[in-house]
Design a protein around this ligand. Structure first.
Ligand SMILES: NC(=O)c1ccc[n+]([C@@H]2O[C@H](COP(=O)([O-])OP(=O)(O)OC[C@H]3O[C@@H](n4cnc5c(N)ncnc54)[C@H](O)[C@@H]3O)[C@@H](O)[C@H]2O)c1
Length: 415
């Protein structure tokens, strides 16, 4: 593998840090009354060269708000440059330049931000100042209009259903999954249906902190921040106490429990930064837990333990994060009997439970399924649409945090 010069690495790291600080701030400074702006960016070699301080800055024209380093902190530099631009031009800047590093474009949605960025890059390439144009925003649509949502484990199952449901409600969604190929395919099909930039895929291993950070960096460079983080990635490995393999126990714990913590640790600072600039807005973290986080699950203790732990994390995160503008809740769905977690013919829970002898008298997968349907007062498995309704409720509800909301068809009733 070729060794990259240290200078290039340092420069890339500085740009990543600048995006980390400036993009969530710009979302807040340039948002509307009810929501933050979408802030996309470009830090390509062209941008770095053409916006360098050695170049005559005039060529950038009135189109761009140029951030000058007159203050010690980048937050102060960006805030004052935006205020100065607004005062001079009597409008919000659409293009914000950190000379030699990165260009940000802000808009009420990704489409308009992207158009402004494309115009600006064209102008840089042709060497002529582009007249300021206000790109038309998409008409508001849906209960999550223009919000940025990241869903882990979104290549299939509940995660995909949540992403599909929220993009249909107007959100921009990030499908974050270990399976990048499938997540990319699903994100492309959402883009085809809802428009370019309304969905993107990133690779993530939620059990790995570096992977969480790298995924977030990609989200920040495309959308500038996050309004809702759905920690959904989760696995089950059933087995009795004596037969459960230690590596399975550890894998379940590292993804379902540790992975939830790592996700919150990674995204919370971005939401906190957004709340600092917009104290009137709250942001959301939602863990997709399980009814097995509310009552024990026979021969499935690794899973139930990780989900009970998730409830403890949710309550504790909620207490810590509400003062910095983040609500944290769990949703506890019942069994998605039609989804791959249950129905996968090789590793699905029906097969696992049959093998583990969890359902007395069951000799086929169909027997196992029938016994699970019979437990639900509403007589069916949980569907992604049921969970999407719960997500929308928790986001819209401004007076609740730290809760575990059952969506179980009446199978689990909380005291
Ligand atoms: N299916 C159910 O009946 C049910 C019921 C209650 C709760 N839940 C919970 O809902 C969530 C989703 O379950 P599902 O049934 O849709 O699962 P699923 O198996 O259908 O999909 C899980 C997704 O997570 C991804 N994934 C696995 N490990 C990962 C990792 N380390 N990092 C990133 N992504 C990873 C997989 O690639 C897959 O796309 C889980 O947390 C699960 O515990 C499921």
């Amino acid at each position: 593998m070729p060794v990259r010069p240290k200078k290039v690495d340092d420069e890339n790291r500085r740009i990543t840090e600048a995006i980390h600080i400036a993009a969530p701030l710009l979302r807040g400074l340039l948002g509307t009354n009810s929501s933050l702006a979408v802030v996309t960016s470009d830090s390509s070699a062209l941008v770095r060269t053409e916006t360098h301080r050695d170049k005559p800055i005039m060529s950038l024209g009135s189109h761009a708000c140029v951030v000058e380093p007159q203050y010690a902190s980048l937050v102060d530099q960006v805030t004052s440059a935006v205020a100065q631009y607004k005062k001079t031009w009597n409008r919000d800047p659409r293009i914000i330049v950190l000379p030699g590093k990165v260009v940000f474009a802000a808009g009420p949605d990704y489409r308009s931000a992207r158009k402004s960025l494309d115009h600006f890059i064209d102008a840089l390439q042709s060497g002529s100042a582009d007249p300021h144009t206000d790109e038309e925003a998409e008409p508001p649509r849906g209960r999550m209009h223009s919000r940025v949502v990241m869903v882990t484990g979104a290549a299939q199952g509940f995660g995909l259903g949540i992403a599909q449901g929220l993009v249909d409600e107007g959100a921009h969604v990030v499908l974050a999954d270990l399976n990048l190929e499938l997540a990319t395919k699903e994100a492309e099909s959402l883009q085809t249906k809802f428009g370019p930039g309304r969905a993107m895929a990133v690779r993530i291993n939620v059990a790995d902190e570096d992977s969480q950070k790298q995924a977030l960096e990609q989200v920040l460079s495309v959308y500038g921040g996050l309004d809702l983080f759905v920690s959904n990635a989760g696995i089950a490995r059933a087995g009795s106490i004596t037969e459960q393999r230690m590596e399975d126990f550890d894998l379940v714990t590292s993804i379902n429990y540790r992975g939830y913590f790592l996700g919150v640790r990674t995204v919370a600072p971005i939401m906190i930064a957004q709340h600092e600039v917009r104290p009137d807005l709250l942001f959301d973290i939602i863990e997709i837990n399980s009814k097995s986080g509310l009552e024990g699950s026979k021969r499935n203790f690794a899973y139930a333990g990780s989900k009970f732990g998730g409830i403890g994390l949710t309550q504790s995160f909620a207490l810590e994060l509400i003062d910095v503008g983040i609500k944290v809740n769990s949703i506890c769905p019942g069994n998605y009997l039609d989804g791959p977690l249950w129905s996968d013919p090789e590793n699905g829970l029906f097969v696992q439970y049959l093998r583990a002898g969890k359902v007395p008298g069951a000799s086929t997968v169909a027997d196992v399924r029938a016994s699970y349907e019979a437990k639900v007062p509403i007589h069916r498995g949980c569907l992604p649409a049921d969970v999407v309704r719960a997500v929308l409720y928790l986001v819209e509800q401004q007076y609740e945090t730290g809760q575990a909301l059952p969506v179980t068809g009446g199978q689990v009733m909380v005291n």
